[in-house]
Design a protein around this ligand. Structure first.
Ligand SMILES: Cc1cc2nc3c(=O)[nH]c(=O)nc-3n(C[C@H](O)[C@H](O)[C@H](O)COP(=O)(O)OP(=O)(O)OC[C@H]3O[C@@H](n4cnc5c(N)ncnc54)[C@H](O)[C@@H]3O)c2cc1C
Length: 407
């Protein structure tokens, strides 16, 4: 049986472990943290959303972003301290505007395919993760935004996604718990939501029972190919450095994949684009009745919401280009809280739980499934703002790539 090491137990690492185990490989997952799924795959927006497949490399989006730069509570914040990684990533991001249409269509296609792969994993594993097939409702405040949405809709349709265009009244009918009136919307009935942490953690548990080994609290310090085999150097918590040898390895290390790729001599430009979420406990019947059931995306505020089970409401958004920094800033949490107060005024915000995570973002905003220049090392990483949506599809892609490689 061929042996494969996976670096990282976020949603990409655990789905990859699952697929490779099903394909008959002996899989070992290395994870720096004490538990799977506690870094970026922890408290994200919850949306499994083909309808959010539009890449951000669009001139209109960039101009809008420029107008936000001086506002403390705007959806985008940039730390201007110059560093080479940030500058090179930003330049490549701008160059990708040429591929905006193609990349949006491709992301839509992958997201739709990922739904089928997720269903297969759910059926085979039996895991529970507060999944809801409630659909995703995009809402618009201005005519200009709504007109742009019509153009985006054509690209999503070219990728295979069917959506329903809504009037202001129809938006209120689909989600009566939205207090504010929006001018219109798009509803994607086939999109869904779920708790990424529960999915990944529970899938890791079932994978363990099927023979996948998890080495948690174990920091991988180097990955290299020696004589055609992959040496993993690692340091378990408070123990000595060790090395194990595998037939192959897959890098699923989220924002740390950039660092590994540099050591391997590959050019994988992944920047940590920070985002925030708040989780509001819906601890009584009144709060539960007043929380939106349908998942929302407010296009102007760039805020998404998801109902997670009966008693949690998640609100997420904002993008911050500020390096590897996980500080939770009040000025970035406030817009999320304000959004709830304005749009769902009956919801109690006093016990909200704030969180920040780093999206592993490539300049073209597409995930990377590829071989390293070094033999028998693979990447499944760089899923940016859509890792929850795309992970099940890319796990399958990397599985096929490895199957087609003579390890
Ligand atoms: C605010 C926010 C909202 C979001 N909302 C959505 C959404 O609604 N829908 C959606 O589809 N996506 C969303 N995303 C994106 C999605 O959450 C990410 O794309 C996804 O979680 C990335 O998963 P990953 O496995 O690549 O990374 P991670 O979950 O970060 O996993 C990487 C793992 O590698 C481990 N690791 C790193 N270095 C080492 C090492 N040296 N040794 C051992 N282990 C190591 C880390 O500890 C970590 O556990 C959101 C992201 C954010 C921040």
């Amino acid at each position: 049986m061929k042996t494969i090491a996976i670096i990282g137990a976020g949603v990409t690492g655990v789905t990859t472990a699952w697929v490779l185990n099903q394909l008959g490989y002996k899989v070992t997952v290395f994870e720096k943290q004490r538990y799977p799924s506690v870094v970026t795959s922890y408290a994200n927006g919850g949306q499994i959303s083909a309808s959010n497949a539009e890449v951000w490399n669009h001139f209109g989006t960039i101009l809008k972003a420029a107008s936000w730069l001086l506002k403390k509570d705007a959806p985008l914040k940039i730390n201007y301290f110059p560093d080479w990684h940030k500058v090179s990533w930003a330049c490549q991001f701008l160059m990708q505007t040429a591929h905006y249409k193609k990349n949006t269509i491709e992301t839509t296609r992958m997201a739709i395919e990922s739904r089928h792969q997720m269903k297969k994993i759910m059926d085979a594993s039996g895991i529970e993760f507060d999944k809801s097939d409630c659909g995703i409702l995009h809402v618009y405040n201005s005519q200009k935004e709504f007109e742009h949405a019509h153009k985006v809709n054509e690209l999503l349709a070219a990728g295979g996604l069917q959506r329903q265009r809504l009037t202001s009244n129809e938006v209120s009918e689909i989600e009566p718990n939205l207090r504010k009136k929006f001018i219109g919307g798009y509803y994607t009935k086939t999109d869904s939501t779920g708790d990424i942490h529960k999915f990944t953690y529970n899938l890791a548990e079932v994978a363990k029972s099927k023979g996948v080994e998890f080495r948690l609290w174990t920091d991988v310090t180097n990955v290299q190919t020696i004589n055609g085999q992959v040496n993993i150097n690692f340091q378990p918590n408070q123990e000595e450095q060790q090395t194990d040898i595998f037939d192959g390895a897959v890098l699923c290390a989220g924002v740390a994949s950039h660092h590994f790729s540099q050591k391997l001599g590959d050019r994988v430009n992944i920047y940590p684009v920070k985002g925030y979420s708040i989780t509001i406990p819906l601890s009584d019947t009144k709060a539960q009745e007043n929380a939106p059931n349908v998942s929302l995306l407010d296009d102007e505020a760039k805020i998404v919401t998801s109902r997670l089970g009966v008693d949690r409401f998640r609100v997420a958004g904002t993008a911050e280009i500020a390096g590897y920094n996980l500080d939770i800033e009040d000025a970035r949490i406030t817009p999320l809280k304000k959004w709830v107060e304005q749009n769902c005024s009956e919801l109690p915000t006093k016990d909200l739980c704030p969180w920040a995570g780093l999206r592993p973002m490539r300049p073209n905003m597409l995930p990377l499934v590829a071989r390293s220049k070094k033999p028998n090392i693979f990447y499944n990483t760089g899923h940016g703002h859509l890792g929850w949506t795309l992970a099940c599809y890319t796990a399958n892609m990397v599985g096929e790539l490895i199957q087609n490689t003579e390890l």
